[in-house]
Design a protein. Sequence first.
Length: 98
Amino acid sequence: MRIDLDDENSEYEFIDDIIISLTTDLGQTTLTTKEILSLKKGSIIDLQKPAGESVEIFVNDKIVGKGEVMVYEDNLAVRINEILDADSIIKYFKKEPR
């Protein structure tokens, strides 16, 4: 079954206006209390992730794709390189326990 979210007769039309949380994890690191207390404006925190490495894209804390961090119009953005198709995303979220 192929879900076309642009099709006005789609059985999933009722979800078109639902707002969801889309997040990506740029990286993480461990700091000592001393290092945290010494942070000031302009400090740089190394996130232990090489530049150009892919990042995961999450919707409601479930991975739906991968992308790469880039600068777009003076903002950080993520270019999508891989993403689950609409059928897979809907099935994936239907399995979520209520």
